[in-house]
Ligand binder design. Structure first.
Ligand code: ADP
Ligand code: MG
Length: 330
């Protein structure tokens, strides 16, 4: 079983940033509106994610470390209706199989929390003090899989990947406060977004003042279940960076060719620009119409009607970009 978990870990846990991604997604799934991510030495010695979500009771906490013990999918038919970010129940056992993991958690209704860690014959468990919510601590990632540990890059590179993961999550979950710290230094601290200005401020903080100053805001409703909102940067002397392309489908960060293509096409046809557009866009769609179960790392999605989505995004961007198109480009 340990081996099976390590094999599963090969799919899910590529580097410290993958651990951060899974833990942060769990925190969001738990309804947290405050998430703190602390890492040491690029995440190779410590990754700690603390949230104020709904936590687990003493029965559920040890189950979370058992394979396929997801609480998020009750039956196969649910696969079409996934609203939560995680659903396979393999992240925690996989991570635990290649690190020293402890999970401390408390439900708000309980007076005391529990701490669980994997042990020889099932999880070890003891009472622990903890505010409502959950803390997962992952130490010494890959200590028992030296081949994989060898593939870790410099501390700075690994932290860069972690920062990118948290940045993505923080863009996707504006109403959640995020803190990211590396080696005891706060890298960013973002309050929960309460008003419109706050979301612009968060975008500026995460994507840079440059992006925020040159971005066109988009909100478009199809009237039949699709909604696109967000920002696209206008081409200026300052180039949009190719890596500043953020797309979210139902708040889940995705990398999808169809979506990227629709944006690039609008950029080209409306603004006559074949640069890489920089954007942060949020698509909301009926979960029945999108399949997120394509790959365990869940970056890809499949739409039941891709053409309709493509056309809608084109239309939304045409409107937004057309409205600000410089006179000379007409
Ligand atoms: P999945 O997210 O796919 O369900 P995981 O292995 O990531 O699988 O987590 C297993 C289970 O542990 C979750 O379904 C959830 O019930 C519980 N869990 C994990 N992290 C948290 C958290 N931060 N807060 C509350 N429950 C959690
Ligand atoms: Mg999960």
């Amino acid at each position: 079983e340990q081996l099976a978990n390590q094999i599963a870990a090969g799919e899910v846990v590529e580097r410290p940033a993958s651990v951060v991604k899974e833990l942060v997604e769990n925190s969001l799934d738990a309804g947290a509106d405050r998430i703190r991510v602390e890492v040491e030495r690029g995440g190779s010695s410590l990754i700690r994610v603390r949230d104020n979500g709904f936590g687990m009771d003493a029965e559920d906490a040890p189950r979370a470390l058992a394979p396929h013990a997801t609480s998020k999918l009750r039956e196969a038919g649910d696969l079409g209706r996934i609203a939560t970010l995680g659903f396979r129940g393999e992240a925690l056992p996989s991570i635990a199989s290649v690190s020293r993991l402890t999970l401390t958690t408390r439900r708000s209704a309980e007076t005391e929390g529990v701490e669980v860690a994997p042990g020889g014959e099932g999880p070890r468990m003891e009472p622990a003090a903890h505010p409502p919510g959950t803390t997962v601590e992952v130490r010494d990632l890959f200590y028992n899989t030296p081949a994989r540990r060898k593939f870790l890059r410099t501390e700075k590179t690994e932290f860069g990947h972690i920062a990118e993961v948290v940045r993505r999550a923080a863009l996707g979950a504006m109403d959640t406060a995020f803190t990211l710290a590396h080696n005891d230094r706060v890298h960013f601290q973002l309050p929960a977004v309460e008003a419109w200005d706050d979301s612009e401020r968060r975008v500026a903080r995460l994507l840079g003042e440059q992006f925020a100053r040159n971005a066109v805001h988009i909100v478009q409703d199809s009237g039949d279940g699709l909604r696109l909102s967000g920002w696209v940067i206008l081409p200026t002397a300052a180039r949009g960076q190719r890596d500043q392309q953020y797309f979210f489908v139902n708040r889940r960060p995705v990398r999808d060719r169809l979506l990227g293509h629709a944006v690039a096409e609008a950029y080209r046809d409306v603004l006559f620009q074949d640069r890489y557009p920089a954007y942060a866009l949020f698509l909301e769609i009926d979960p029945e119409e999108v399949d997120v179960n394509v790959h365990p790392t869940k970056h890809e999605v499949r739409f039941s009607d891709g053409r309709r989505i493509h056309a809608f995004i084109r239309h939304a961007l045409d409107e937004a970009l057309g409205a600000v198109r410089p006179e000379t480009a007409r």
